[in-house]
Design a protein around this ligand. Structure first.
Ligand code: 5AD
Ligand code: SF4
Length: 468
């Protein structure tokens, strides 16, 4: 058995890619190890969205220099967005790297590793850049990597990511994704349905549909709403979720589907990025803050109890105190369940880097990040309070962080799961309950977590000893 170490950073798309790469290597006799020391092959699945994520990978590579010197047969590979973005530069910065593979070429990883092992030297496989050919040729060079799923590879057998589209055509000026992940391409509904049926057949309870702009999904006449109706019929599936949404494509047919389909989680992640029209214009987001408000009003109309989350970039080029204040206003007014806040990180090759100087000083970015987070956290905590004393339906995901450290032989353990509106709930339970949908009474709440106990009369007499 050969040993594989893999480290993954970045978005859910990367988590899925790593799962699939691992599955394809396991078929060829690899097993996983959690130490780089005894690994025959070390892979990093990387992210280029912010500089920080890249710096971390280059320093991790730096730490492997000696290991490679003492064991030249160790194969070191860089996969994903940074591989596509930096290409040969990776070999220059870390000459002992053997393998560089972009996100559109992951199906080649096993053969490439074989070639390296056979002594054919370093291997590089990337897709075409956005200006390197016809649209059709560029699309073909970014292949969606969707081999057969291996249930043993998922962190939990009850949940799975399912890719419904790859790439992005929105070209927001700050964002590297359209150039590293290529043109927007939707997978045929039949493939998505077949994969989801297989997952459900293996006991999977929740699928999370993935796309950079998931609600821009379009294959022939099929929209995301149509797909949701079809997926909803799959027996065994209990929940369907989708991320990440693009505000302009949040159409009424989609909101109607989420409202009418009980398996759809009442949760929408729709990044606003900024509350200032001047910034939205510079970001080339394609909407105004008035458009975003109108969209939020429609969401509240169709789905009054849905949880909405957002992303914000603070300190984008030219952002003034006034612009930032407009973002704070939007957050206060819309009361997102949660917001992911990022300091702008200039990405070479984007229109933003080309057009505008990265002129907001780091300490200002940092302060704005903290200030916005404080506003959001206060809202998150307040909006969790009405849950106190209420019963919620929780899909149990597995041991909580605390539970993971508890004795694995003890059936009783602290568990974590999510409500239908994506709120995290932590409670004392039994390992047997993982994968079930349970009623939980909430007794405490902070900004990010609800704490509860199992409603025992629903759980059956054999569970009476639990928790409480
Ligand atoms: N700098 C900072 N944040 C960024 N994001 C995307 N590109 C950048 C960048 N250059 C953020 C956006 C996006 C999230 C995934 O990452 O908010 O929604
Ligand atoms: Fe990047 Fe904008 Fe595409 Fe999202 S929609 S991946 S932020 S370019």
């Amino acid at each position: 058995m050969k040993k594989l170490y893999i480290e993954t950073v970045g978005c859910q798309m990367n988590v899925l890619d790593s799962e699939l790469v691992v599955a394809s290597l396991r078929k060829r006799g690899y097993e996983l190890t959690d130490s780089t020391c005894d690994a025959d092959t070390i892979l990093f699945n990387t992210c280029s969205v912010r500089q920080h994520a890249e710096d971390k990978i280059y320093s991790a590579l730096g730490r492997l220099k000696n290991a490679k010197q003492s064991d030249p047969h160790k194969i070191i590979g860089v996969l994903g967005c940074m591989a596509q973005k930096d290409q040969r530069l990776i070999f220059q910065r870390a000459p002992y790297v053997d393998l560089v593979v972009g996100p559109g070429q992951l199906h080649q990883v096993p053969q490439l590793i074989e070639q390296i092992a056979a002594g054919r030297g370093p291997q590089l496989e990337v897709s075409l850049g956005r200006a390197d050919g016809s649209r059709a040729a560029i699309e073909r060079s970014h292949e969606s990597f969707d081999p057969l799923r291996d249930p043993s590879m998922r962190p939990t057998p009850y949940q799975a990511y399912v890719r419904i589209m790859i790439g992005c055509d929105k070209f927001c000026t700050y964002c590297i994704v359209p150039s590293v992940r290529g043109p927007e391409q939707s997978r045929p509904p039949q493939e998505i349905l077949a994969e989801s049926r297989q997952l459900a057949g293996e006991g999977c309870k929740e699928i999370i549909l993935l796309g950079q702009t998931v609600n821009s999904y379009r294959h022939g006449q099929s929209r995301l709403s149509d797909l949701l109706y079809q997926l909803h019929d799959i027996e065994g599936l209990e929940r369907i979720k989708f991320v990440t949404n693009y505000p302009k494509d949040m159409t009424d047919d989609l909101l109607g589907a989420v409202r009418d389909l009980p398996k759809c989680t009442k949760y929408l992640h729709v990044p606003a990025q900024s509350g200032s029209n001047r910034m939205l214009e510079r970001m080339k987001r394609g909407y105004t803050v008035e458009d975003y408000r109108e969209m939020m009003a429609r969401i509240r109309h169709w789905l009054p109890n849905a949880a909405v989350t957002s992303d914000f970039i603070v300190g984008f080029c030219g952002e003034t105190d006034k612009d930032f204040e407009l973002t704070c206003e939007l957050v206060r007014e819309q009361r997102f369940k949660n917001s992911f806040i990022f300091k702008y990180s200039e990405r070479p090759g984007t229109k933003g880097a080309e057009r505008y100087p990265d002129d907001v000083p780091e300490p200002v970015k940092k302060n704005r990040n903290n200030d916005l987070l404080e506003i959001q956290n206060a809202i998150s905590e307040e909006d969790n309070q009405p849950f106190l004393g209420r019963d919620v339906e929780v899909l149990v995901e597995g041991p909580s962080k605390t539970g993971a450290k508890q004795d694995a032989a003890d059936p009783q353990v602290q568990l974590t799961g999510r409500t239908l509106c994506d709120r995290i709930v932590v409670f004392e339970g039994n390992r047997r309950q993982i994968g079930q949908v349970l009623p939980i009474t909430v007794y405490d709440a902070n900004a990010h977590t609800l704490f509860g106990h199992v409603v025992t009369q629903h759980a059956g007499p054999e569970l009476f000893t639990l928790g409480a």
